[in-house]
Design a protein around this ligand. Sequence first.
Ligand code: FES
Length: 290
Amino acid sequence: MTTSSSERGVSLGMPELPAPAYPDDVRARLEADAREIVSRYPDSRSALLPLLHLVQSEEGHVTRTGMRFCADVLGLTTAEVTAVATFYTMYRRRPSGDYQVGVCTNTLCAVMGGDAIFEELQEHLGVGNGETTGDGKVTLEHIECNAACDYAPVVMVNWEFFDNQTPDSARRLVDDLRAGRPVAPTRGARLCTFKETARILAGFPDERPGAVEESGSAGPASLVGLRLAKGETAAARVVHPRDGGPHEEPRDRKAPEPSPAEQPVSHDASRETSASDPSHPAGPAAEEGE
Ligand code: FES
């Protein structure tokens, strides 16, 4: 006598991923959230990426239970879900800290000091790449280019930017995070925990007062190329936030007023935080648009 594939606990020729189930109340809550996410897409499988953020917001990383949940909701195999979850580095496969501290060690950041920052934090925190401090506060990792090369070297905490870092400023940053002292990114919205960030990335509203207004667009250094493309006079120099606030010095005439879309928003204003380091090796100003 033979048994069917379903009787043997397999589906579509693939073995089920062994994983404990969510408690009933957690599953019910996640199912309600998942229905809302799936309803945004004409094809349910398109909701996989935000669903993975959703399960990551529940446990701090994407567990086997989370992957099986996504597969159940979307009618996919766990192999299909696993293939996606292991492809994108924003999904963590191991338990992580409240603050994911990512040091960009791609080429530009690396030569501007990113490698030195990473080595400093490894030694200071006593953890390696992808590891979490014993207090569960900080997970350290290499990250790839985050399109902020004009502010290199860049450190990101839960995907918020800390520009123009040095080993000293990065060490102060992680000390502040571990001590629970207020820390503000150089630009972008204020920090929240990794789980809270994952829920926002799943597509749910950012409930923090004022956070949406703090988000905004690119900083002045990033907009130089756009202004050149528009035929405007290039700014001779872009002064970085650590030197008293971002502003551009005109080369031979007053720079035209920025369009409303380019108006600096609140996050572009200088903030005195651990992100600022007056002794940054890049010097007081970087040449742009040359
Ligand atoms: S190389 Fe670091 S942000 Fe681009």
